[in-house]
Ligand binder design. Structure first.
Ligand SMILES: NC(=O)c1ccc[n+]([C@@H]2O[C@H](COP(=O)([O-])OP(=O)(O)OC[C@H]3O[C@@H](n4cnc5c(N)ncnc54)[C@H](OP(=O)(O)O)[C@@H]3O)[C@@H](O)[C@H]2O)c1
Length: 357
């Protein structure tokens, strides 16, 4: 009998395609379905989306057909996501791993946490929200590093991203507010929801430290484009936001600060096309800084010759990490929302794969 876990890839945008590639490579996973939205992908073989050999799995826009498939897990990667839909998938008896919310919703969004938990219980399954930021680099890595430390005064996770080659308009404009006017960013209908999303990793880190956050604050600084800038997600018009610096800060009851910082920009690191400049040490990647009686700085860099390749690698990490989390998510007990605090170490999988294949 096959011991493979049967997986559905739900949406095949930039991160969804990375997950799809990872499912197809992983001998412990079997692709059994692909849900797509785009008309031109409907009816295509999944392999075709990746310019690979045919897989025999045909992509479909038909949600009902996908929900009715026999499968263990769905990697759910749409934009936008839908909590109702997530509940429907869970209640149908399929685990979900997703780069979308909800990473640690128990404090910021109790209502969604309860609905998702009920759906998990009714389907006898789990939900694990992962990715990179939030996800593996925003929470799991800082928490892992705290295990090397003693007194901890401040934990800062900073993401640096030259986002010109990130081709998702939905993520770049609706979530990151790049290419928007400051007024549009301020009045973004999802502003409060975004704040709660950046607070979720903060809450998870605090919980991991056996503490809790007693005060939240945030700062938003931005720099406008001094000329129009062409990017994979469209033109960034002169006078709109071309660099966003968000800082979300949680203070624990012991006074430790946990900071999630994003520096996203639409220029190269010289920032010549911006109205002013900010000190940015790397064009893509992350810095984790822990301050206390030991000061630790860990830089995560993407080693590739060009910025488009670094962007592609950075986004791929999100999709790969989701696929790597499928086994742990499917095995976890009791059923419910499973965060990094509930799951064992999520490592890559070699299986029968050989780099010489
Ligand atoms: N946690 C993290 O680290 C992290 C990092 C990056 C992204 N994300 C999240 O991952 C998700 C996917 O991001 P991405 O970069 O892959 O975005 P993307 O390239 O824009 O892909 C989104 C996909 O959603 C599908 N879609 C189209 N219209 C839709 C609709 N009306 N409702 C629902 N889905 C629709 C499409 O799938 P088809 O192409 O198959 O038709 C599209 O390609 C987003 O929700 C984003 O917030 C998380």
């Amino acid at each position: 009998m096959s011991t493979q876990l049967r997986v559905i890839q739900w949406a095949t945008g930039i991160t969804g395609k990375a997950s799809l590639k990872s499912i197809l490579r992983n001998p412990r996973l079997e692709l059994v379905g692909v849900k797509v939205y785009a008309d031109e992908k409907n009816g295509c073989d999944a392999g075709e989306l990746l310019s690979q050999e045919p897989t025999g799995v045909i992509c479909t826009q038909d949600k009902k057909e996908v929900i009715e498939l026999e499968a263990d897990c769905v990697i759910y990667s749409p934009m936008p996501w839908d909590v109702e839909e997530m509940c429907e998938i869970l209640a149908s008896g399929k685990h979900i791993v997703t780069p979308c919310p909800y990473w640690f919703p128990f404090t910021q969004d109790k209502e969604s946490a309860e609905r998702l938990t009920e759906a998990c219980e009714s389907g006898g399954v789990n939900l694990h929200a992962s990715g990179i930021n939030p996800g593996g680099i925003a929470e799991m890595l800082p928490l892992t590093l705290t295990g090397l430390c003693n007194r901890i005064d401040r934990i800062t996770m900073t993401e640096y991203g030259d986002c010109r080659d990130y081709g998702s308009e939905g993520v770049i404009r609706d979530l990151m507010n790049l290419g928007r006017t400051p007024e549009e960013a301020e009045n973004n209908p999802v502003k409060d929801m975004l704040t709660s999303f950046w607070n979720e990793p903060i809450d998870m880190i605090a919980e991991g430290l056996r503490s809790e956050v007693v005060h939240y604050s945030s700062e938003h600084n931005y720099i406008l484009a001094n000329q129009s800038i062409e990017t994979a997600s469209g033109t960034i018009a002169k006078g709109t936001i071309a660099l966003n610096n968000y800082r979300h800060i949680g203070k624990t009851k012991e006074g430790t600060e946990i900071i999630q910082e994003q520096i996203w920009f639409m220029d190269d690191i010289t920032q010549d096309r911006l109205e002013s400049k900010m000190e940015i040490p790397q064009d893509s990647g992350w810095r984790i800084r822990i301050e206390g009686d030991v000061n630790l700085v860990v830089d995560v860099r993407l080693d590739a010759p060009s910025q488009p390749e670094r962007t592609q690698m950075g986004i791929s990490l999100t999709g790969f990490h989701c696929a790597n989390a499928v086994e742990a998510t499917c095995k976890a007990k009791p059923n419910g929302i499973k965060t990094f605090l509930d799951l064992p170490l999520i490592a890559g999988t070699m299986g029968s794969y050989s780099i010489f294949d």
